[in-house]
Design a protein. Structure first.
Length: 424
């Protein structure tokens, strides 16, 4: 019998985990510096949370959710995105009564039944932040600039910030009507999805990537022309803040994002180089969602970024060939040497040094080969002669030079940081 992982999932192997951990710690550190605190919500929620907040007509809810009945007959869904669960926790757990703004971040797997392709998985990962109780353009800027700092620190170049205003519950409905009547005579051009949804959610047609839909919206009225005064002022103030913060951006009047809950600011980070793995992530303002979910009227803004896509955009890291730790080789079959190797390993770990003792009983030659393959530059060798004289051999795998040390000198030597691979 041969088991294989389900389509659209992947294993994150030890050889790649370093990049993941680097990305995660970079994000955590930036969130900490910006005053965001971590929240961890369940991987599944009641289906209704997503269908109501993300929107029945959205692609996510209509065709991408992992929904099932549990053994108690409840309909639950593996979370397809992070915002709705955080809003639910914000309301259910009393965060709404804490001093505002409440600033939260999350990291973890999300699930969508989507066509797997480069950088797109059915179990994928997102990092995201949510800010509740701040409605100013400055709050939008904080969230956007956290993202640009994140990309800078990771060395992700060429992520273009695109943004738009999708208006509010006052100015969007009249625009929506205009758009519906504009699209009506062009209905044959639309793809099947857009034909189905253009009456319910005509804005979605604006960011459909299919050629027919692109043609259908040529000359369409733009939401920018219909924004109410407050929405328009908010957007212009955000653009001024971005200018003064030296954050480059491009206005994209067709950007609406795939979720129904956005109001006013919507933004996305799009790779400039022609690759179709899609955006690195995006977000925006969702001033009505908390109230819609049963809470008090609360302005909110957030972002979610796709970890797999960012890792693709990061390119290859400069490999550090050598591990900073030590491998402890010992003469096979010598119990005394083994005991010494294990105790030395414990002592080194207490001093903060990565230490891996021999565990398989292979030959000394085989152990050195293994240490080399695992990238250890330094190997401690414990044999019968060393045990007798109370000395330890330290071998430098780069030049092959060896020196003998007393136990205390050895500890001092090994806890000293290693210099570059070509020194000596
Ligand atoms: Zn408005
Ligand atoms: Zn379409």
């Amino acid at each position: 019998m041969e088991f294989r992982a389900p389509r659209g999932t992947r294993d994150i192997l030890p050889s790649e985990i370093g990049r993941w951990q680097h990305l995660e710690s970079c994000f955590q550190e930036l969130c900490r510096l910006h005053g965001f605190e971590e929240i961890r919500t369940p991987l599944f929620e009641h289906t209704e949370l997503f269908s109501r907040s993300v929107g029945e007509e959205s692609d996510i809810v209509s065709k991408e959710m992992y929904t099932f009945l549990d053994r108690g007959g409840r309909q639950v869904t593996l979370r397809p995105e992070g915002t709705a669960p955080v809003v639910r926790a914000y309301l259910q757990r009393g965060l709404a009564s804490q001093p505002q703004p409440v600033k939260l971040y999350y990291y973890g797997p999300m699930f969508r039944y989507d066509r797997p392709q480069a950088g797109r998985y059915r179990q994928f990962h997102q990092v995201g932040v949510e800010m509740y109780g701040a409605g100013t353009p400055a709050a939008d800027l904080e969230v956007i600039s956290l993202c640009t700092s994140f990309f800078n620190r990771l060395g992700v170049n060429g992520a273009e910030l695109q943004l738009n205003s999708v208006g509010c519950s006052r100015c969007r409905p009249p625009y929506r009507e205009r758009l519906v009547s504009f699209l009506k005579p062009r209905e044959e051009l639309l793809c099947a999805d857009c034909r189905r949804r253009h009456r319910e959610n005509p804005l979605r047609v604006l960011d459909c990537k299919r050629p027919g839909c692109r043609r259908a919206i040529t000359g369409a009225p733009l939401l920018a022309e219909y924004l109410c005064r407050e929405c328009s002022e908010h957007f212009l103030a955000l653009l001024r803040l971005l200018d003064r913060s030296n954050i480059p951006y491009r206005e994209n009047p067709y950007l609406v994002r795939g979720l129904d809950y956005y109001t006013r600011t919507a933004f996305e980070f799009v790779p400039r180089e022609g690759n179709d793995s899609g955006s690195l992530g995006g977000g925006g303002r969702y001033d009505d969602l908390v109230e819609y979910c049963g809470g008090p009227a609360t302005p909110a803004v957030g972002v979610a970024l796709g970890v797999e896509r960012i890792l693709l955009a990061m390119g290859e890291p400069e490999g550090d060939r050598y591990s900073p730790g030590v491998y402890i080789a010992c003469a096979p079959g010598e119990e005394e040497a083994e005991v010494e190797a294990l105790s030395l390993a414990r002592e080194l770990r207490d001093l903060g040094v990565v230490a891996e003792p021999e565990l398989t009983g292979r030959s000394l030659r085989g152990q050195l080969k293994l240490a080399n393959r695992k990238g250890y530059r330094r190997v401690i060798i414990i044999g019968p002669r060393e045990l007798e004289q109370g000395l330890f051999t330290l071998r430098d795998m780069v030049g092959g030079s060896q020196r003998e040390y007393s136990r205390s000198d050895l500890l001092a030597e090994v806890t000293r940081p290693v210099s570059g691979p070509n020194s000596e």
